[in-house]
Design a binder for this molecule. Structure first.
Ligand code: AGP
Length: 609
């Protein structure tokens, strides 16, 4: 959701900024732009649509000599996507140019004030207010001006500015929106996310909330909110840029589906000790966390929430601890009954999802111990939680999550087994058995990937259908919710996920001759019940794609298509059953001509409420 990039150094800025913007495309956007410092002043070029369109316009402008500039991909909030509303936004005299990620909540009040002082607005955005405000407060010291601006703003933002009178200087700040500074040799960059700086460096610092940074080719000065110079810890990216490239696949999504065995393997590898038990001690998570816990609250959004639902079932059945799974946007406003007797587990690929971060803060403020399961290194949730357990899924670029979801499930299993050990609800030998099975899980996911061509064939059969239903019970009900979301977001197909036993209470009226129904039957406790539910679908003409993993004898009349997964312990089946559903969504999306990696209206990192 909006992406910021800035460059200062010896290279031509435009190509570096464009390259950075391409790497940020995955965040979701509808327009793009850049501003370049030149000897003759700031040159700003913007375009509604893709970065490709912006690049055409930059090329059409001829060679623009510039070694410093800022770029932006915009995901519209205030004002429709258009050239006019695209960032950067400039001061009236064009000497200040600014990009913004987030929402300025008091923009109207500030706009009225600035208009009364004679400032003229050219866009419908909240961002333009900040450009004028900066020019009002700017008297040659960008850090001082940015600190003054920040004191006036409400809401969340990451901001980056160039001014015409300070060649080679970038000024930036942030609150509740991601921003890093990449540290190169004689060149530096700022960006919303790591892939954008990897053209020049793997070393970076994370800008903290309220901090203001002055970046030049040779220096990076960080100031706290009171203007006091501070030192920051330098971090190093531990994955390769290849991980953020398509590597011969048509889309990032299919590449990331195929990377799931590695994502799961990497996420569990160092977390099972030599004696075969889960070991999260390097994250500070041991038996004492769960020994006396009253409730566990799992909090997340979207797919991360669905991973959390599967985690809830594992925690409750294995460790016998009551678990509330919460959608983050609801949790924070629900006056939650959470205190120091509770553990709150937040799950987020990006670690920057505004609702999830706000819920994490709410849980902390109420005294709960917080654990964040996060994929992006040094992200806000990772930094703010009491304990962070990284999913080592590597960079996930497709907007639709696949491998990060699978890695989240794996970490949740480890946590649930840790809790079961702490509560004595499983014996050490039982836990060892599950850990051995967990170690084997990546190979079973690998085997499940072999169903890709079969799912492609099924996608061809059903891609024209406008409604699809997903049913499951127990752990399968949790898994089908993720499968259904995938089909909606990637293929724009209306789909619903129901607990199998709920069909008869209403939705079965929607099942008619030819309606595709994806039915999971992997939970052994509920297998027979689910088979009865599937029968009711068949009796009404539904076309059933059955996904199961048991050694069950399958009645040939039960389904139209059968996907038989490798056997594994019941709570791990979600890690296998999701794979065919991901393939189905992917291939239906491809056949329907959808923009697979950047689905309409969606953003990878949802940094606004
Ligand atoms: C899933 O495919 C999504 N696009 C979305 O639901 C996502 O899982 C959700 O926005 C949460 O993101 P996070 O994991 O980065 O917090």
């Amino acid at each position: 959701m909006c992406g910021i990039v800035g460059y200062t150094g010896g290279k031509q800025a435009a190509p570096v900024l464009l390259k950075g913007l391409y790497t940020l495309e995955y965040r979701g956007y509808d327009s793009a732009g850049l501003s370049l410092q030149t000897a003759g002043g700031i040159v700003t070029i913007k375009a509604k649509g893709r970065v490709e369109e912006l690049e055409k316009r930059v090329n059409a402008a001829g060679r623009i000599e510039s070694n410093c500039g800022i770029g932006h991909t915009r995901w519209a909030t205030h004002g429709a996507p258009s050239d006019r509303n695209s960032h950067p936004h400039n001061s009236m005299d064009g000497s200040v140019s600014l990009v913004h990620n987030g929402i300025i909540e008091n923009y109207l009040e500030l706009k009225t004030e600035l208009q009364a002082e004679g400032y003229v607005f050219k866009s419908d955005t909240d961002t333009e207010v900040v450009a004028h405000l900066f020019s009002k407060y700017y008297h040659g010291d960008g850090v001082a001006a940015m600190l003054d601006v920040a004191r006036r703003l409400r809401g969340g933002y990451a901001l980056a500015v160039v001014t015409a009178d300070r060649p080679g200087e970038l000024i930036c700040t942030r609150r509740d929106n991601p921003l890093i500074v990449g540290l190169g040799e004689g060149e530096n960059m700022i960006a919303s996310d790591i892939p954008a700086i990897m053209a020049i460096t793997r070393d970076f610092i994370v800008v903290g909330d309220g901090e203001v940074v002055r970046v030049t080719p040779e220096s990076v000065e960080v100031y706290d909110k009171d203007g006091v110079r501070i030192e920051k810890e330098v971090q190093t990216v531990n994955w390769d840029i290849q991980g953020a490239m398509k590597g011969g696949y048509d889309h990032f999504m299919i590449k990331e589906i195929m990377e799931q065995p590695k994502a799961v393997r990497d996420s569990i590898a160092s977390r099972i000790s030599a004696d075969g038990l889960p070991d999260l001690m390097s994250e500070g998570v041991g038996a004492e966390l769960f020994a006396d816990v009253r409730n566990i609250h799992i909090i997340a959004c979207g797919s991360a929430y669905y991973a959390g639902l599967a985690g809830k079932v594992a925690f409750e059945r294995l460790a016998k601890i009551p678990v509330m799974a919460n959608v983050a946007s609801e949790f924070r406003y629900s006056d939650p009954i959470v205190d120091s007797h509770d553990v709150c587990v937040v799950i987020s690929q990006s670690g920057e999802t505004a609702d999830t971060v706000a819920a994490l803060r709410e849980a902390k403020a109420r005294g709960a111990t917080t654990v964040a399961i996060v994929n992006v290194l040094a992200s806000t949730a990772a930094r703010e939680a009491d304990h962070v357990i990284y999913t080592w899924a590597g960079p996930e670029i497709a907007v639709a999550t696949t491998k990060a979801y699978s890695a989240q499930l794996a970490v949740l299993y480890l946590l649930a087994l840790t809790a079961a050990g702490a509560r004595g609800t499983l014996t050490p030998d039982e836990i060892r058995y599950y850990c051995r099975e967990l170690r084997d899980l990546p190979d079973k996911i690998e085997k499940t990937l072999a169903f890709g061509p079969e799912l492609k064939r099924l996608a061809e059969l059903y891609c024209a259908c406008d409604d699809t239903y997903f049913i499951g019970r127990g752990i399968d009900y949790m898994a089908v919710q993720e499968g259904s979301l995938k089909l909606k977001e990637i293929a724009y197909v209306h789909s619903e996920a129901y607990a199998g036993g709920e069909l008869k209470h209403g939705p079965i009226s929607l099942i008619v001759d030819g309606t595709p129904v994806v039915a999971l039957a992997c939970d052994p406790e509920l297998y027979e019940k689910q088979i009865s539910n599937i029968k009711t679908v068949k009796a009404r003409g539904g076309r059933v794609i059955l996904i199961t993993n048991g050694e069950y004898a399958i009645d040939p009349d039960l389904c139209d298509h059968l996907i038989k997964l490798p056997p594994c312990p019941w709570f791990m089946t979600a890690s296998l059953s999701v794979v065919p559903m991901q393939f189905l969504a992917y291939y239906v999306g491809v056949l329907r001509g959808c923009d697979i990696d950047k689905p309409r209206n969606l953003a990878k990192s949802v940094t606004v409420e």
